[in-house]
Design a protein around this ligand. Structure first.
Ligand SMILES: Nc1ncnc2c1ncn2[C@@H]1O[C@H](COP(=O)(O)OP(=O)(O)OP(=O)(O)O)[C@@H](O)[C@H]1O
Ligand SMILES: [Mg+2]
Length: 245
């Protein structure tokens, strides 16, 4: 198996009171995996994702994507797609204009208009392609963020709670879209609080708590290891602060 994300001894503290958001984290993700990245609010998931995608720098430690460091950003950007936690949109653009803008920015090959219309269909936004983003609902914006992340046909997709705030139908659609991408070989690194979704999708999961890795493996392995019936049970056992196991 070829490694696609390699995280070694990663650390990050914030601010004057030095909140340790990520504490000596080591993770290895292989090509083709659907990797779930879990942890309670404030555990350090978004901070880790921002270091993986190069938005912020670590205090120390290293991140490599397909053997490339962030100094080789332009190479990494060719094959990575990201749905960040906070998404910046240009409210005055229509959905179609927004995707065309990013398609041009990425210099994608082939027919840009075809690619954009295809993505609008895939993410169920085709009907609303001429509506201004400012008038999109939360779920529509969420799907537009995913369409944008897919614009360059990424082989690695990193998503920070992509189904947050979506209705059940919207969650199911995104789930199916991600499943389909993964079956076509796209590696997915995925943070979510919807554990039923994670259980359904992920080939492997890592759980972090207060910036530290507390467990990693397949859902089955984690259940066996903690003698838990569900992933929710596993999660609660491993992340409760008064856990005496
Ligand atoms: N920009 C920032 N400045 C200062 N502290 C921050 C900043 N971003 C995050 N933190 C702190 O770092 C810790 C980890 O936050 P992070 O956003 O990475 O958690 P998370 O696991 O993504 O949580 P959630 O599930 O709520 O999204 C928290 O204590 C948080 O308050
Ligand atoms: Mg977060």
């Amino acid at each position: 198996m070829k490694e696609i994300i390699s995280i070694k001894n990663l650390n990050k503290s914030y601010g004057v009171d030095s909140v340790k958001a990520v504490n000596n984290l080591n993770l290895s993700i292989n090509e083709g995996e659907f990797f779930g990245f879990l942890g309670p609010n404030g555990a350090g998931k978004t901070t880790t994702i921002r270091m993986i995608t190069g938005i912020i720098e670590s205090d120390d430690g290293s991140v490599e994507i397909s053997g490339l460091k962030h100094s080789e950003k332009s190479e990494i950007h060719k094959f990575i797609g990201v749905v960040p936690e906070s998404r910046g949109f240009y409210d005055w653009m229509t959905g179609e204009e927004y995707l065309s803008f990013f398609a041009n920015l990425y210099w994608i090959s082939g027919n840009i208009e075809e690619r954009v219309l295809g993505l609008l269909k895939e993410t169920d936004l085709f009907k609303n392609k001429n509506k201004r983003i400012g008038a999109y609902s939360r779920g529509m914006k969420q799907r537009l963020g995913l369409a944008r992340a897919l614009i360059n046909n990424p082989k690695l997709l990193i998503l920070d709670e992509p189904t947050l705030g979506l209705d059940p139908q919207g969650q199911e659609n995104i789930k199916n879209l991600l499943k389909d991408l993964n079956s076509k070989g796209v590696t997915i690194f995925y943070s979510s609080h919807i554990l039923s979704e994670v259980e359904d999708l992920c080939t492997k999961v890592a759980i972090i708590n207060q910036g530290e890795l507390v467990a990693q493996g397949t859902v089955r392995e984690l259940k066996d290891h903690t003698k838990a019936k569900s992933l929710t049970d596993v999660f609660l056992k491993l992340t409760s602060s008064n856990n005496n196991d």
